[in-house]
Design a protein around this ligand. Structure first.
Ligand SMILES: *Cc1c(COP(=O)(O)O)cnc(C)c1O
Length: 377
């Protein structure tokens, strides 16, 4: 079976983890946590990088420090992984789900910006906006950043899937007040489980570092000045992350090659790939195609089964949040774009270690499954 994901471990992971074991620096403290933060803040071009134990905790802390609290509203992408929205609820706030864009599939930022204006006209101010850069594809946020500034609403970017993607040469996740990244096992690079908050805001970085360390005050004693969280990244995880980060150029180059090869699938009737917004460079984290049953002759769900029978693990795109019971009653803005993408979206194995032969097998299988439906010619 060709899996959807497999970590790419080809660097100094073992050496660095052994160093943790040899020195006894396994958990908090230790040089890898510090080095990982330094390297990533430099790479991202952000003043601060605060490593966390997951992308979800990075989002939770960022939203908290942006001021989100009980009964607040947060405008968020409808088509995203569920972990984007859950931290809104941890803070007892309510998500407002904004539809996806039909061609690039990220959140429709014009729609999100218009909703900010509409609410401002009614004297309502959402506590934050939370756009996601999905599938490694950086989203141009310009109209949203403008509206958010005008109405004084903080922008938190969920860049969990977009590590290494850029807009006009600048890293996704560095446009808002804070950007959140994930280093879960299936992401561009992994710490085995981890995340990061990137920010230029000194106060936010300092408070984030405090809150994720149980809000412990400096000094030898156990004095804590607020309810904190155990959200810090361990030194062992950071050691793996640093070794992974050193391979990022190789990983991204491999991902670009894989995505480029999959592009031939768009030549088949009924198969579409997302449109690249001008000035954006995708990290090509996960190649996802749309399958139009009327033209291709098979539905997305049929394709899932056919591929599995032939040894390929494909997956549906994210299920829109509004289709899940906990968000079914959330306010929604937009039409049915997320639903259309949900019905047709199929993600294909795109991990850095995918071999040429494996990818050829996937491509040939999809080509062979096309059923000519219309009249010949
Ligand atoms: C993976 C992911 C997260 C959560 O990250 P974890 O490290 O798994 O907690 C959040 N948002 C998006 C869009 C993701 O893909």
């Amino acid at each position: 079976m060709i899996p959807l994901f497999a970590a790419y471990v080809a660097g100094r992971e073992t050496d660095y983890v052994r160093e943790c074991l040899d020195t006894g620096w396994l958990a908090s403290g230790g040089q890898f946590n510090r080095r990982f933060a330094e390297e990533l803040s430099r790479f991202l071009g952000a003043s601060h990088a605060v490593p966390c134990n997951s992308g979800t905790s990075a989002l939770h802390v960022s939203l908290m420090l942006a001021g989100v609290g009980p009964d607040d509203r947060v405008l968020v992408s409808d088509l995203t992984f569920v972990a984007t929205a859950n931290p809104i609820r941890y803070l007892r706030a309510e998500p407002v789900l904004i539809d996806a864009h039909p061609t690039h599939w990220n959140v429709d930022v014009e729609l999100m910006a218009d909703e900010l204006k509409r609410r401002a006209d009614r004297g309502q101010r959402p506590a934050a906006v939370l756009p996601t850069h999905i599938l490694g594809r950086a989203c141009r946020l310009d109209p949203l950043l403008e509206a958010a500034q005008r109405f004084d609403v903080p922008v938190i970017e969920d860049a969990a899937e977009a590590f290494g993607a850029t807009v006009d040469g600048r890293q996704a996740g560095t446009f808002g007040l804070a950007g959140c990244f994930s280093f879960n096992g299936n992401k561009q690079i992994t710490t085995g489980g981890g995340g990061l908050i990137a920010t230029d805001d000194d106060g936010l970085a300092r408070q984030a570092d405090h809150i994720i360390n149980q809000a412990k005050l400096p000094g030898p004693g156990y004095v804590h000045d607020q309810v904190g969280y155990n959200y810090r990244l361990s030194n062992v995880a950071a050691a793996i992350g640093l070794a992974q980060f050193e391979q990022l150029p190789e990983i991204v180059a491999r991902k670009h090659r894989i995505a480029a090869r999959y592009r031939c699938l768009a030549d088949l009737p009924g198969i579409a790939l997302p449109y690249e917004e001008p000035g954006t460079v995708s990290s090509d984290w996960l190649t996802t195609i749309l399958i139009d049953e009327a033209q291709f002759g098979r539905s997305r769900d049929e394709m899932l089964g056919c591929l599995a029978e032939r040894g390929v693990e494909a997956r549906p795109i994210w299920t829109p949040l509004h289709k899940m019971p906990m968000y079914a009653h959330a306010e929604r803005v937009g039409g049915d774009i997320a639903d259309q993408l949900d019905a047709q979206g199929l993600s294909l194995p795109s991990f850095a270690g995918l071999s040429d032969e494996q990818q050829q097998h996937i491509i040939h299988t999809i080509q062979s499954l096309y059923i000519r439906t219309g009249p010949p010619g």
